[in-house]
Each structure stands twice: as C-alpha cells, then as structure tokens.
Design a binder for this molecule. Structure first.
Ligand code: MTE
Length: 335
C-alpha cells in the first residue's frame, strides 16, 4: 500500500518505485517455456481450462498444503471465467504488512505465523456473542469455490479461485441486533510471530470494516482457502475476508475478531492516510487516487514485453451485483 510520509513518519513506496515485474517475469516465462517445452506449457493451460469448463473445482491445485474440498458456487457473479493467476504469483506477490512491506516479504517471513489453535471472537451488538474455534468455522457452512478478481489500490490485479462461504452465514448465527450498522474485522497482531507488528508502518492491529449490508452481501466471502487448498500463511491463513468489489486492502487477513457496532469504525489505512484511503474504497476507475490514476490496472502474470494495462471496471466488474448498495451516494466524496 502506498502512502506518502504519514503521521508515523513512514515513507511508503509509490508504484513507479516498485520493480516493474516484466523485468524479471519476462525472463521467468521464457525460462519456464524452455524448461517445460512450449508445447507442454500450452497443453497444461489447455487441460486446466478444459477441466474448469467441465465444472471441476480448483483447476490449479498445487498440492503443497492440505486440500480444502468445495463445490462450485452458484451465487450470482461468483465465478469469472477469466484466466486464473498462477498460484506461484498469487502466493509470492503479497501485501501483508505484519510481515514486511516488500511484495516478497510475506512469502519469505510468514512461516512463523502459528495458525493452530485459532479462534475468532464474534461479538458487539449481537444476541449470541460466540468465540468460534477454527474447526467449527470450517464446518459452519458448505465450502464454495469462487473465482474473484482482486484489484489492489496500487493498480495491479489477480484472478484467484478462493474457497469459503458467504460471510452472511456466520453473521446469521450470532443474531445481530437492530442497532448494528457496521462490522469491524480485527486481524492478528502478534509481535512474537509477526516481525513488523510494532513498527510504525501502521497502527496495529490491522483493522478493516464494512457497512452491515456490505458484510451481508452474498459475494462477501469468509475465506479459508485458495486453489483447492487451505490458505498459505502469506495470503491470510487460516481465515480472511475477500470483498471482490473493493480495493484489496478491505480484505483483512488472519482474522481474530469480528465486532458489530453502531458507529463507523476507524480502519487501518484510513487512520494512516485519510486523504488517500476512505472508508468505502470501492473500486472506481473515475476516482483517482490523489497521486495516480485508477483508470487501468496491470494483471499480475501478464507482464510480457507487449502486455497492455487493462481498463479497470466500476466496482471491479461486480456492478450488476453490488451497484444498488450505493444508490444515491456521492462516490467521489465517499471514496
Ligand atoms: N490484511 C492484513 N492483516 N495486513 C495487511 O497488510 N493488506 C491488504 C489485504 N489484507 C493486508 C491485509 C492489502 S493492501 C491487499 S491488496 C490484500 O490484503 C492482498 O491480498 P493478497 O496478498 O492475498 O493478494
């Protein structure tokens, strides 16, 4: 995430300072083709597309972590047919500031994250506050595979087959009270296992929040896995949020507490740089970040010499499903 020197004095990089990925990925693609043979690589792509077209879930299961079985979701908009980002890219190009600010840091450093035992406290304005053990959360509802675009505010995007179920399933169990208007998502801040917690990069713990109707929307995914397996640590194990129509930072990783409240919560990036990151953070190509345009995006893995940036879509392409949540709102003011 990218902000200029903020109240904490931390200097964040801007996109132009990040090593252009094509410098190394072009060479990497070439090496891969040489190693596997161009025909072999084409066959593998064809086979995974074919399996996907036939309704198989998790077409690119890398086989490194425990498998997480799922059925293909029937929720409207839950499955884009766009080409999947390679697992290798999705699990090595990350934002998880608790483990460092470089894109490669989370994959390098998150091995220390201890994901068992794990509980998620769900409380605040609810009739049934509950501390859920991860094992119970895993059984709470049927796991679905949803292939969502994730678009980062920095101007890059990926297409990832996530595994989880609608956040609304969990919300219903705790019976929110009528006064609950917002849901706050609080993530782990453990200085013993997370080397950057305690640094002045952000205020810890990392906190995100949604309005109640956003949290209840069927596309909002309580996420336990990706590519048919449990989440790797660097992607937010053992449980995170994925909100596909918002910039990636709204999707908090390694959740430990979910709290229902009547007041709009202060969120990590908004506290850090309010002029750059608002509460809503809907993907919106017509509202520029104060320091760069949001009109286009770079799809990770498409960084060849001739790759063009893609046009960013309103609500990240989920306008038909979520546009009505914001009817009548001035999305320039409420960015
Ligand atoms: N959650 C926590 N706890 N800490 C973080 O630094 N970064 C956010 C979000 N969730 C972040 C987080 C940002 S800026 C993005 S773009 C996404 O995670 C990236 O998710 P990914 O690494 O799985 O692609």
């Amino acid at each position: 995430m990218l902000i200029r020197k903020n109240q904490t004095g931390f200097e964040h990089p801007v996109p132009s300072e990040i090593t252009p990925q094509h410098f190394y990925s072009g060479r990497r693609d070439w090496l891969r083709l040489m190693a596997g043979g161009a025909a072999g690589a084409a066959m593998a792509t064809w086979a995974s597309r074919e399996a996907f077209a036939q309704g198989a879930v998790a077409p690119v299961r890398p086989g490194k972590l425990a498998a997480l079985a799922a059925v293909k979701s029937t929720v409207a908009g839950a499955t884009t047919m766009e080409k999947l980002t390679e697992y290798k890219d999705a699990s090595t190009y990350n934002n998880f500031y608790e483990f460092g600010t470089d894109k490669a840091d989370p994959a390098r450093n998150a091995g220390t994250l201890k994901t068992t035992p794990w509980t998620v406290q769900v409380d605040g304005l609810v009739n049934k506050p509950t501390r859920f053990a991860l094992e119970d959360l895993l059984k709470l509802s049927a796991m679905e595979e949803r292939t969502y675009r994730l678009r980062c505010v920095e101007g890059w995007s990926m297409v990832i087959p996530w595994v989880g179920y609608s956040m609304s399933e969990l919300i219903k169990r705790v019976e929110p009270q009528g006064s609950a208007k917002y849901v706050e998502f609080i993530t782990l801040a453990d200085p013993k296992t997370m080397p950057f917690v305690g640094s002045r990069v952000l205020e810890w713990p990392y906190v995100e929040a949604l309005r109640m109707d956003e949290a209840m929307h069927p596309l909002t995914l309580l996420t336990f896995g990706m590519y048919g397996e449990v989440l790797p640590n660097q992607n937010g194990a053992p449980v995170r949020l994925v909100v596909p129509w918002k910039y990636g930072f709204k999707s908090g990783k390694s959740l430990v507490r979910i709290r229902f409240t009547d007041k709009q919560p202060a969120t990590a990036w908004n506290k850090s740089a309010p002029q750059e990151y608002g509460f809503y953070s809907n993907v919106n190509p017509t509202v520029d970040h104060p320091r760069w345009s949001q009109a286009t995006e770079r799809r990770i893995g498409e960084d060849g010499l001739f790759a063009k940036r893609r046009k960013t879509l309103m609500f990240n392409g989920y306008e038909a499903q979520v546009g009505q949540l914001y009817a009548g709102m001035d999305l320039r003011k409420l960015y």
